[in-house]
Design a protein around this ligand. Structure first.
Ligand SMILES: O=C(O)CCC(=O)C(=O)O
Ligand SMILES: [Fe+2]
Length: 315
């Protein structure tokens, strides 16, 4: 299937369609008396981003911290992809020095950490995304950060695109500690999720996603997005949360990791990318009925490639 702009436009969730009527949606679901939900959905539709303060129990954050400590001490025993200085490979192939170096990033630790699964399926986040998709959200992948990423401005869907419906994509960013302004917090461009603002970037031959043989590079994409925000005069906002706060962003929202002004500071965060249940890729789950967690209207499937791998203490 070619990923062209029609594929995107035909797959948008209800809330991204023209004249999306939030009031009517909530009335039909009998949720109209939840004023916060109404306000949050308006914000999502108009800005592509919503912040939930103090929604993540500290016990869960501490359970993930313990798993991370255990993982770092015993990393040779685990099947997990990790990233150090833009190199992504199985964690066991890194040297102990690279692993303790605190800007390592773990990919999809929720495959082996129950604490991470529970964070991804946080109640406020899952229930909100169930409304956004009008379907249960399903965890696609996760990232665990220790330091600011300094990732240039980007949109996720050209890179996160295993979901069946390309426009069924959202992400959450959970603060695992109080975030310092000098640690390189997440920044985002409100309203940039609208197609009129973002446009579609052509990676070559009309493809809107990056492929192995794409003619364009991520930096070309960033330069394009910089031009779009300048054209529309959109200023970035900084997310400088307290431990336990969460931000949810739209799969077409422009965002970046801001500059790290103080290299000694950590910026511990846990990011999950979600799609909707019916858009979840078949080869990312096993047919065994018990190999998933269903909680707070969300789903998290065990990946076929990790079912036999060793799990972390919270499992
Ligand atoms: O946390 C960050 O600095 C950026 C994270 C991000 O862009 C992502 O996970 O999609
Ligand atoms: Fe991103």
């Amino acid at each position: 299937m070619e990923n062209n702009q029609n594929i995107w436009l035909e797959s948008v969730p209800w809330i991204d369609s023209q004249n999306a009527d939030i009031d009517q949606f909530l009335r039909a679901k009998n949720l109209r008396n939840d004023f916060n939900l109404y306000e949050n959905l308006i914000e999502w539709r108009d800005r592509g981003v919503v912040v939930f303060k103090d929604v993540v129990p500290f016990e869960l954050i501490e359970a993930l911290e313990s798993d991370l400590e255990y993982l770092i001490k015993n990393y040779m025993d685990f099947d997990l992809m990790a990233e150090v200085k833009a190199v992504i490979k199985p964690i066991s192939e890194f040297s102990p020095f690279e692993i303790v170096e605190s800007n390592v990033k773990f990919n999809s630790i929720h495959g082996i950490s129950k604490a991470a699964v529970m964070l991804s399926l946080n109640r406020s986040i899952s229930q909100f995304l169930a409304c956004v998709f009008d379907a249960p959200p399903a965890v696609l992948q996760s990232l665990t950060f220790f330091k600011g990423s300094q990732q240039p401005i980007h949109i996720d869907y050209p890179y996160v695109r295993t979901q069946k419906k390309i426009a069924h994509l959202a992400a959450s960013w959970i603060a695992l500690e109080d975030i310092d302004l000098n640690s390189g917090p997440l920044i985002y461009y409100p309203g940039s999720h609208k197609i009129e603002i973002s446009g579609f970037y052509d990676w070559g031959n009309g493809s809107i996603v990056m492929d192995a043989d794409s003619r364009r590079e991520p930096m070309d994409f960033s330069r394009y997005l910089e031009k779009r925000v300048a054209l529309f005069g959109i200023e970035p906002e900084i997310f400088c949360p307290k431990k336990g706060d969460a931000l949810i962003w739209h799969g077409n929202l422009m965002h970046a990791g801001s500059a790290v002004n103080d290299k000694n500071l950590t910026r511990k965060s846990y990011v999950t990318h979600y799609t909707s249940l019916d858009s979840y890729p078949d080869d990312f789950k096993v047919s065994d009925e018990n190999k998933f967690v269903h909680q707070n209207s969300g789903y998290c499937f065990e990946y076929p490639w990790v079912i036999n791998s060793k799990k972390l203490p919270s499992w």
